[in-house]
Design a protein around this ligand. Structure first.
Ligand SMILES: Cc1cc2nc3c(=O)[nH]c(=O)nc-3n(C[C@H](O)[C@H](O)[C@H](O)COP(=O)(O)OP(=O)(O)OC[C@H]3O[C@@H](n4cnc5c(N)ncnc54)[C@H](O)[C@@H]3O)c2cc1C
Length: 372
């Protein structure tokens, strides 16, 4: 039997970020990862930091996303100082493009309510949008410009974060966590491949697999995998400055000429295959947004699982019994939400008052049809 102050289940961006903050606050932390830290959703993502482009309206979730976006410059710099890795945080801005009148009206109302909140957003006609991005399709009717939405290279980010967590003294251990061990109504550790590891607190950050961790307090249908397929193209010189998105998907230009294009949204269980239909849909979207990418070679395809929740909001903070904490269900915004999640969940574990009220993100918030 082994004693550790905090056990973190899952070594993705959430687990590593929380471990980093807990270690920095003086806790002893063990990260339990059944495979390669960071290799699941956190590496599969596109790395958009896009609260405004993604937002469906004002509220606590948008506030959380905006706060996390605000933490990014310092987060990237901290990781560079701790590890020497530049995570390619780029203040590039995002253009959300409309190809018909309905989509244009939707963008118009988005820009209006966001400006009403004091956020920077602008509606451009097609010609104005092409002035910013000359390779944007001539068929684009309009675009919303979100100059404060950005991107990061999420693969570099998770590499840096795992290094940073290790550097400050978090221990990584390989193994499959079968379940959380409960005693006298509280979480006292985990069952790791049949061995009981004890801890004062257990944080479940197992991404799309969180509901499969027995005793984690995540109901079976509450967190599910939503498959997203992705394509990487390569251009010699970058064709685009900004991220381009439409109702059908996005292209994210990296500084080195790579273009990450995605994605699909499929509830197909843990089937991680890349399919002909999925790739065809993504390529249609790419060529609609930027026809000049037609001759770019495809250098990689992959799929990953977004941790989906019914209301598309994460579960953060205390779980159903003392000693158990949740950091899961970040769905499409887990890269964006990593810095704020790390901070808030570490505060909750340490028994501090969290700087953001976590009530809207509690495991038992209502309404949730999954409970019916
Ligand atoms: C195609 C795609 C595109 C995306 N694009 C973006 C984007 O542009 N911007 C954005 O903000 N977000 C994006 N996301 C979402 C983001 O990637 C996720 O929300 C985020 O990575 C979730 O992080 P996580 O640490 O919770 O999960 P993961 O990275 O999946 O990590 C969970 C870890 O837990 C481990 N684990 C699971 N069960 C156990 C167990 N029983 N024992 C031990 N270990 C276990 C797994 O092996 C895994 O390593 C995208 C996701 C996908 C799939």
């Amino acid at each position: 039997m082994r004693v550790s102050d905090v056990i973190v289940v899952g070594g993705g961006i959430m687990g590593c970020g929380i471990a980093l903050r807990l270690r920095q606050a003086g806790a002893r932390v063990t990260i339990l990862e059944r495979a390669i830290p960071g290799a699941e959703a956190s590496s599969a993502a596109a790395g958009m930091l896009a609260p405004q482009m993604e937002a469906d309206g004002p509220g606590p979730f948008l506030d959380l996303c905006l706060r996390s976006r605000g933490l990014y410059p310092a987060f990237a710099e901290e990781l560079r100082e701790l590890t020497g890795v530049d995570v390619a945080y780029r203040a590039c801005g995002i253009l959300k493009v409309a190809f018909d009148e309905d989509a244009t009206h939707h963008l118009e109302s988005t820009v209006l309510w966001q400006r009403g909140m004091g956020l920077r957003a602008e509606l451009l006609d097609g010609a104005q949008a092409r002035e910013l991005e000359p390779r944007l399709s001539p068929k684009a009717l309009a675009a919303a410009h979100f100059p404060d939405d950005h991107q990061v290279d999420n693969r570099l980010l998770v590499r840096a974060l795992t290094m940073a967590a290790a550097r400050v003294g978090a221990e990584f251990r390989s193994g499959f966590v079968r379940g959380v061990v409960h005693e006298d109504g509280r979480a006292v550790g985990v069952d790791l491949d049949g061995e009981v590891l004890r801890a004062d607190a257990v944080v479940v950050a197992a991404g799309s697999w969180s509901a499969l961790v027995q005793g984690a307090g995540v109901e079976a249908r509450a967190v599910r995998p939503a498959r997203g397929q992705m394509i990487q193209l390569q251009t010699r010189l970058p064709l685009l400055e900004r991220v381009l998105t439409s109702a059908k998907g996005y292209v994210v230009p990296r500084a080195d000429g790579r273009v990450i294009a995605g994605s699909t949204m499929e509830l197909v269980g843990f089937d991680k295959q890349v399919t002909a239909a999925g790739l065809a849909r993504i390529l249609d979207m790419v060529l609609e947004l930027c026809p000049d990418l037609a001759s770019a070679p495809i250098t990689e395809t992959w799929a990953g699982f977004r941790p989906w929740t019914e209301d598309k909001r994460p579960y953060l903070g205390v779980g159903p019994v003392p000693g158990l904490f949740l950091a899961t269900g970040h769905f499409r915004n887990g890269i964006l939400l990593a810095p704020i999640t790390a901070k808030l969940v570490a505060q909750a574990v340490l028994g501090e008052k969290t700087t953001v009220d976590l009530a809207p993100f509690r495991y038992d918030r209502a309404p949730l049809a999954a409970r019916a």
